[in-house]
Design a protein around this ligand. Sequence first.
Ligand code: SF4
Length: 462
Amino acid sequence: MAETLFHKVWDAHAVRKLPSGQTQLFVGLHLVHEVTTPQAFDMLRQHGWRVAFPHRTFGTIDHIVPTSTQQRPFLDVMAEEMATSLERNCREHGIPLWTPDHENQGIVHVIGPELGLTQPAMTIACGDSHTSTHGALGAIAFGIGTSQVRDVLASQCLALDPLMVRRVDVNGALRPGVFAKDVILTIIRRLGVQGGVGRAYEYGGTAVDAMTIDERMTICNMSIEGGARVGYVNPDAKTFDFLRGRPFAPQGAAFDRAVTWWKSMASDRGATYDDRVVFDAAAIEPTVTWGINPGQSVGIGEPIEAAADDEALAFMGFRPGGRVAGTKIDVAFIGSCTNSRLSDLEAAAAIVRGHRVASHVKALVVPGSQAVRKAAEARGLDRVFTAAGFEWRGAGCSMCLGMNPDRLEGRQICASSSNRNFKGRMGSPTGRTLLMSPAMVAAAAIAGEVVDVRKMMAGVPA
Ligand code: SF4
């Protein structure tokens, strides 16, 4: 029978059906970081348990890392305590850990694919909502909470409810100036922030087929913002090319054998889905949020709908029928696990080159990993950004989540390439976040206000 990748991976990893009706699922790869693990390791200690599969567990420090200087000890006592506790726990249990002085350190969802840890047909778990990112390589990747982190540490298994599978097709070609971020913001706007509850999203269609793995990561990353438990793209030749030669990917003949296995796990032609939605890529505009969840967005040329949510409008200072274009910004942030890979920085640098950041704007570029930072510097992107007045920072989550010194102040408005615009997300309870693509953030930094990036791209009609 024709099956989806989701069901094939689920069945291949199912240990048993639990009396609760849930399935006990084996987890192929567990990624850990400093925020959601201290209590989980403490619980293990209380029971006298060991980590069941330390060689399937890898750690990085990302959320609390200061990005201006990564010197230890961190000035923030709590951040230093979280870092040292993860170091102690990983040492005790024989888990590899990448701290900011290591070349492999970075945001957990950037380094997994980058190192080849993330592979097709794998089950992956991590104590962070945006674990769905790894689905871009054809993995089924679950964001989990602290008690589930404990479960995975102790047993390498998760108890999970079955999911329905929704096929999300994006067909046709994206127009110049429109990026993967615009696609996922458009998908969430139409299907809603709760639209994916109880579902896995399988992304496909000619526009997704044409995307790079980096672009697919941006789409899968924000699946959770649309309510989906996981999001994935079937592995294809681009996936295999991406993985070939990466340090933790199979090597030599083992790689070829793995490709055969990975191909067999992709959704079969004729597989049935619980439902299917279709998007026209050519109709997608550069998109920006106006509200306090990622579904509250508009195309840059559109007015905010007349029936928009009052609470969101009041918090953000917009009115029904008003426009986000022309909104003055205070901060521009290019970073986060959604959009901090080399291709994101290249897209932003192409807009920035030869311009200056508006004098009232604080602008930051925060590479997603040490490797991205190094590769960007080798291409001279750091000089493009700093010459324009951007700050060039060390790898980490930075302003995406106010758990480190990079935070909004007061009612500041931030043009951000991150994934959440919830109230208080960027460290100030009254700070305001406008989500958009890295190129749009770059354009806003230069103009000092939200603009259509296509106006800054030669030969591209806005
Ligand atoms: S960049 Fe943001 S969303 Fe991604 S892992 Fe860090 S805090 Fe979470």
